[in-house]
Design a protein around this ligand. Structure first.
Ligand SMILES: [Zn+2]
Length: 438
C-alpha cells in the first residue's frame, strides 16, 4: 500500500498527489496519468512527476530496507511497484556498509604490513649450520643452486626460476617444501610483491609458494652464501638410503612426466583420485625396473587406453579412468613373467632435469641403469657410511675416556653390554649418554 505525505496546503496540489498515487483494492492505479494533465501550467508527464515529488513524498510500506527497516521513497508509479528493492539496502545503508568495508580493508592492510614487517625482522635473524646439513638436503640444495644464476643465489629467486630442477612442477614444489622444512631456504618478504602475502582467518600470515621470493638461509658461521654453496659442491656426497629415496622421487617424477606427455598425445588424463596411487605404483616399480623399462610399461597402458577411447561405447574420460587398473594388471603380469619389459628411449622433447643429470654425474645412474644396480650403488656405500659413523663414534669415546681417565670403566661397560647382546651402535650410544661424553 502506498502512503503519502504532502507538504503543500494548496487543495489542487493535495488532490493531484492523491490522484497520482491513488490505488484500488487490487493495487491498481485509479486515475490514468494522462488524465492529470494539464495541471496548472504543466503540460508534460515528466514535469508533472517532478512537481509531485517536490511537494510530497510517497512510500510503499511493502518494501523497506532490509538493514535499517526504513521504507523506500517512491520516485514514480513504476518505482513504487519494483520488487527488486526487497533485497537491496537503502542508499544510506549502502554507503554505511561500503565505508565499513573500506575501513576493515584498510585495517587488514595495515595489519598485513605489520605482520610482514615482523616476518622480515624474524627471518633476517635465522641462520643455518651448513656443517651439519643432511646429505640428501645437500644434494637437493646443490641441484637447486645449479638451476639458478649466481645473482639469484645471492639475491633470491622464485619457484618459476627452477623449472629445470626436476622433471615435473609437482616434484619441484615438493623439493622447495622440503628445503623450507629443513630451514635452508626461506621466504624473503622484503623482496617479494606484497600480493604474495595474505592474512589467514586467524590473522596469521601466510604466503603463496609461487609468488614469494626465496633466499638461501645465511650460514651460522657467517660465510657468504655463494661461498657456502661453492664449499658444499666441493664436499663429497656419500650414497646412502636417503639419497636413494631422492633418486626414487626424481625417477618417479621423470616417469610421471613421461606418463603425462603420452596421455596428452591421446587426450587422456590421469584421474585426480588415481594420481597418487599411480605415482606410488611407479615408485615401487622403480625398485624393480629401470626408468626406461617403466617408460615402456607406461607407453603400453596409455596405448591400450587410447585404443579403448576410440570405441563407440567409450570416451576419453572413461578410458582415462582405466589407466590405474591397466597399470596394476600389467605390473602383475610382468611379475608373473607373463609379460615382459623392454628398455625405452627418452621421448623427444623431454629434457633431462638438473637433478637427473646430477645423479648421472655423481653415480653414473641414468634411465638405462638396472634397478638392482641402482640399489647396489646406494646400499654398498650405506655400509661404509655406517661403518665410518660407528668408527668415528668409538674413536671419540676412546679419546674422551683417556682424557677423563675412565677408559677401564668404559671398556668394562662396553664388554658387559655386548655380552648382554646389545649392538655395537646401541652400546656406543649408551656409553656416550651414561658417561656424559656426548
Ligand atoms: Zn537502510
Amino acid at each position: 500500500m502506498i502512503k503519502v505525505e504532502i507538504f503543500s496546503e494548496d487543495l489542487a496540489d493535495i488532490k493531484l498527489v492523491n490522484e497520482y498515487w491513488g490505488q484500488d483494492e487490487d493495487g491498481k492505479f485509479i486515475v490514468k496519468t494522462s488524465n492529470l494533465l494539464p495541471f496548472k501550467d504543466i503540460k508534460t508527464l515528466p514535469k508533472l512527476l517532478d512537481y509531485i515529488l517536490s511537494i510530497s513524498k510517497a512510500w510503499n510500506d511493502k518494501y523497506s530496507c532490509p538493514s535499517c527497516g526504513e521504507p523506500f521513497l517512491c520516485t514514480s508509479r513504476t518505482d513504487s511497484q519494483s520488487s527488486f528493492k526487497h533485497h537491496r539496502d537503502c542508499k544510506e545503508c549502502e554507503i554505511r556498509k561500503k565505508d565499513a568495508l573500506l575501513q576493515r580493508k584498510q585495517k587488514e592492510q595495515l595489519l598485513l604490513q605489520q605482520r610482514i614487517a615482523t616476518r622480515i625482522e624474524h627471518n633476517a635473524k635465522i641462520r643455518y649450520d651448513y656443517s651439519k646439513i643432511p646429505v640428501h638436503i645437500k644434494l637437493l640444495l646443490i641441484g637447486l643452486s645449479k638451476a639458478l644464476t649466481s645473482s639469484s643465489i645471492s639475491n633470491g629467486f622464485k619457484v618459476d626460476e627452477c623449472t629445470e630442477l626436476a622433471p615435473t612442477g609437482k616434484e619441484i614444489f615438493a623439493i622447495i617444501k622440503k628445503l623450507i622444512a629443513e630451514g635452508v631456504i626461506i621466504d624473503s618478504p622484503s623482496k617479494a610483491n606484497s600480493n604474495a602475502y595474505v592474512l589467514n582467518d586467524d590473522k596469521s600470515l601466510s604466503y603463496y609458494y609461487y609468488y614469494v621470493t626465496y633466499v638461501f638461509v645465511p650460514d651460522k658461521a657467517g660465510t657468504p652464501i655463494s661461498d657456502t654453496i661453492r664449499l658444499l659442491r666441493q664436499r663429497r656426497i656419500t650414497p646412502c638410503d636417503k639419497i636413494y629415496q631422492v633418486w626414487l622421487d626424481i625417477a618417479t617424477s621423470d616417469c610421471m612426466a613421461y606418463f603425462e606427455m603420452q596421455n596428452s598425445h591421446h587426450g587422456l588424463e590421469i584421474h585426480e583420485d588415481d594420481y597418487q596411487k599411480i605415482n606410488n605404483l611407479i615408485r615401487t616399480s622403480l625398485e624393480k625396473y629401470s626408468m626406461s623399462e617403466v617408460w615402456s610399461i607406461i607407453w603400453r597402458i596409455v596405448r591400450d587406453a587410447a585404443a579403448l577411447s576410440t570405441r563407440s561405447y567409450y570416451n576419453k574420460d572413461k578410458a582415462s579412468k582405466t589407466l590405474l587398473g591397466k597399470l596394476q594388471r600389467l605390473l602383475d603380469l610382468i611379475l608373473k613373467n607373463e609379460a615382459s619389459t623392454m628398455p625405452w628411449n627418452r621421448s623427444q622433447g623431454s629434457s633431462v632435469s638438473i637433478l637427473s643429470q646430477f645423479f648421472y654425474e655423481l653415480f653414473e645412474i641414468d634411465e638405462y641403469t638396472p634397478a638392482e644396480q641402482v640399489k647396489l650403488i646406494f646400499s654398498k656405500k650405506d655400509q661404509i657410511e655406517d661403518f665410518s659413523e660407528t668408527h668415528s663414534k668409538s674413536m671419540y669415546i676412546l679419546q674422551q675416556a683417556v682424557e677423563y681417565n675412565i677408559e677401564k670403566d668404559v671398556l668394562n661397560s662396553f664388554a658387559d653390554l655386548i655380552r648382554k647382546g646389545e649392538t655395537i651402535d646401541a652400546t656406543l650410544d649408551f656409553i656416550m649418554h651414561n658417561y656424559s661424553l656426548g
